[in-house]
Design a binder for this molecule. Structure first.
Ligand code: ZN
Length: 287
């Protein structure tokens, strides 16, 4: 996901800028934000498929064109994955998006629900007999099936269908819900940034606190801190916190440490020093 996402966003932005592209969305496992991804699927609505496809197969970084047609084209990028682009009718964009987003397991269940209601659900829409009754947006597709729209991340048939039918879908935790980070390394143990730089960046991200958890002395290779260095670091952190308080910035740096559990079960930092930390992590890094 981390490797693919920047490339996906770049392609999406380029396509979105074409005046011929009326709508665009990524679908498939990328849209469901799976950790690992097979290939990338894009859906577009356009009145000029020829132009859009021409543009698509001439994107930079293409090492192979598997196929080029008026409704589907497929390319391989030098990063090693395939990208498919499909042109779908505007009135089917929602149902196509629902269909191509998956998962397969989720779609099997949604089709069953449609059948139970005497309807037919496929990539072209929801049909009562031959008459389309939904398809333009995903929201209306789910609605005619008696469900709330749900975030793609949930669509794995792990209870989301039942929750959507009962209108009891959970709220996803987003970046804005994250209030702080308790596992960060600073320049004190060989990291790249100073504590102040990290604090400032954290504030930009909307965090309320930042925990510095540098390695301790057993990990010499990671420039682990000893008791004396932890005490010096405390002074730096206290000073920064005083500054924030004086400036009425609602933000606090916590001092932690990523200590080592030694082979006899003890911790590599003396209790008196541990006591002065705000918190401590403890890990087995060897032995
Ligand atoms: Zn760490």
């Amino acid at each position: 996901m981390g490797e693919i996402m920047p490339v996906v966003r770049e392609i999406e932005e380029k396509l979105r800028k074409l005046k011929e592209v009326k709508e665009i969305s990524v679908a498939g496992s990328v849209r469901r934000r799976k950790e690992t991804i097979g290939d990338v699927d894009f859906l577009v609505v356009t009145k000029n498929p020829k132009k859009v496809m021409e543009y698509f197969v001439s994107l930079p970084g293409i090492v192979k064109i598997w196929g080029k047609g008026s409704t589907k084209s497929s390319i391989k990028l030098r990063q090693g994955f395939d990208v498919d682009l499909r042109v779908v009718p505007a009135e089917s964009f929602g149902s196509a998006l629902q269909y191509f987003t998956g998962s397969k397991e989720h779609n099997i269940e949604t089709r069953k629900i449609a059948m139970d209601l005497g309807l037919k659900l496929n990539e072209y829409g929801v049909f009562k007999g031959k008459k389309p009754i939904a398809g333009k947006t995903e929201r209306e597709v789910y609605k005619v099936l008696g469900m709330e729209w749900m975030a793609p991340e949930l669509r794995e048939n792990r209870g989301e269908i039942e929750a959507a039918l009962e209108k009891k879908l959970p709220k996803l935790i987003g970046y804005n819900d994250i209030k702080g980070d308790l596992h960060c390394h600073s320049e004190w143990d060989g990291g790249v940034n100073s504590i102040l730089e990290m604090a400032e960046e954290s504030q930009k991200m909307g965090y309320e606190y930042l925990g510095i958890s540098d390695h301790t002395k057993f990990l010499r290779i990671e420039h682990g801190l000893n008791e004396k260095q932890l005490a010096e670091q405390r002074k730096e952190i206290d000073k920064l916190n005083d500054k924030f308080q004086a400036a009425r910035v609602k933000f606090k740096i916590l001092q932690g440490a990523e200590t080592n559990i030694l082979s006899d079960g003890s911790i590599d930092i003396k209790d008196e020093a541990l006591k002065k930390l705000d918190y401590a992590l403890a890990g087995i890094h060897s032995n």
